[in-house]
Design a protein around this ligand. Structure first.
Ligand code: GDP
Ligand code: MG
Length: 430
């Protein structure tokens, strides 16, 4: 999936500007990508419709090229598709906190039981494990060995017949633990018998959290699996395993998110350490190529900050603190010539190329100067006398003349902002 998306992102980066035809082409490309990744068709439709609508209706913030805004919109909509903003937490709220693991055979339940136990043990919880799979005799040994390996108390019955009774006895035997993980069978005489059994275990032990384990390689069929179990008992949490071995993981994630179940972890390998908390934002960022995206998000944030600063200037509240904020966001934004294009017309025209060049060089110096000032000085520049200026210059490693120069620029900007305010009032009066 990552590969599919990085190709798509590359393509979008080449786009010069976005007209309706380009937008349609990109939308088709996104659809193809998502379908290839096995995301269910209805979700693909909703996703592209939302993204296209936003791109058509929302104006990119000033200074952000449309194609970068497009990637940003894509990112936000993908996060929604993968289950939303908040990474889900796993928090045992009572003792013992009973966790019941379900899923079809081979989905990775037994491995995941041990992974989850390991994850919680590393966070200081005492964790016990119970094996109730009576269908596959090897399951008992599998979990017992894993329990031994990670040093967790274990309960199981090698030739047990009654899964429900084993579960009950497991709970009774491992009373002292903080968290008790109960592993179940994934196969039975038939599906109905399996679902009846897990339901009976559920009724017998009254678990605090029911976890469905789904194999990522089933792709969009993940939804059908979740729905089948949900008919019999509530599913609180989903763990998607084998994310390391398929490009269809995104499909499984999206499909599960659709059912309303929260994906809390993903399995990324066979080892007991290879379990990761699922964070939609991080996951999508990785999908789209994290490095690039980080810079882009940073930039969009800076533009929004810049707009805030402009509002402050326009409202006449220009003190050195605002000036400092502006310099901070200017430094994040990159080439100043571009930034000055953001300024309202009247103001931008007053700034010459040389001034821009000069400002660019001065930004770093100014930030150092402003960082050496106290909050009081930033808020009331009027108190800056010769001795304060000497102290500030010393702290910033510049000369007092540099400090005075910056203060002149600040004074000019303040005057300009008053002119600007008058202009705005005039414009409004017209
Ligand atoms: P169960 O039948 O649901 O209990 O499944 P198991 O826990 O026995 O796992 C079935 C197979 O999947 C085993 O070979 C595991 O090593 C493998 N497996 C489980 N989780 C992962 C994972 O996240 N990544 C990979 N690559 N393999 C996994
Ligand atoms: Mg098993």
């Amino acid at each position: 999936l990552t590969e599919l998306f990085s190709k798509l992102v590359e393509k979008i980066r080449d786009v010069e500007y976005i007209d309706e035809a380009t937008l349609q082409e990109i939308a088709r490309e996104i659809q193809r990508t998502l379908l290839k990744a096995d995301v269910p068709l209805d979700l693909v439709k909703t996703f592209t419709d939302n993204a296209v609508k936003r791109i058509r209706e929302e104006k990119p913030p000033a200074g952000i090229p449309p194609r970068e805004y497009l990637i940003y919109v894509l990112y936000e909509e993908l996060v929604k598709l993968m289950g939303g903003e908040q990474p889900a937490e796993f928090k045992p709220t009572k003792k013992p906190y009973i966790v019941l693991l379900l899923g079809v055979e081979g989905s990775g339940k037994t491995t995941t039981s041990a992974k989850l136990a390991r994850y919680l043990m590393k966070r200081g919880y005492k964790v016990g494990m119970v094996e109730t799979d009576t269908i596959r005799p090897a399951a008992f040994d599998q979990l017992r060995q894993l329990a031994e390996k990670i040093g967790a108390p274990f309960y199981g019955e090698r030739d047990g017949k009654d899964a429900v009774e084993i579960a009950r006895r497991g709970v009774a035997n491992l009373k002292g633990v903080d968290v008790l993980i109960i592993d179940t069978a994934g196969r039975h005489r038939n599906e109905e018998a399996l679902l009846q059994e897990v339901k009976a275990i559920y009724d017998a032990v009254n678990p605090d959290e029911v976890v469905l384990v789904v194999d990522a390689t089933v792709g969009k069929l993940a939804a059908a699996q979740a729905e089948a179990f949900m008919k019999y008992l509530p599913i609180h949490t989903v763990i998607i395993t084998k994310m390391d071995s398929t490009a269809r993981g995104g499909g499984a994630l999206a499909a599960v998110a659709k059912t309303g179940a929260r994906v809390k972890f993903i399995g990324v390998g066979e080892d007991v350490e290879e379990l990761e908390p699922f964070n939609p934002r991080k996951f999508v960022a990785r999908l789209l190529g994290m490095g690039d995206l980080d810079a882009l998000l940073e930039k969009i944030k800076a533009v929004f900050e810049e707009e805030e600063v402009l509002e402050e200037i326009e409202s006449g509240r220009l003190d050195l603190l605002t000036f400092k904020k502006q310099i901070d966001s200017l430094m994040k934004l990159g080439p100043l010539s571009k930034v000055f294009q953001l300024l309202p017309g009247g103001l931008a025209a007053k700034i010459s190329e040389e001034q821009i060049e000069l400002s660019q060089k001065n930004l770093k110096k100014w930030r150092a100067i402003l960082s050496s000032m106290t909050m009081e000085e930033l808020k009331n520049p009027d108190i800056l006398n010769a001795s304060r200026i000497r102290r500030i210059a010393l702290g910033a490693g510049v000369t007092p003349k540099d400090v005075k120069e910056m203060l002149t620029v600040y004074e000019n900007l303040k005057k300009m902002s008053k002119t600007l305010k008058r202009q705005m009032r005039l414009r409004m009066a017209r």
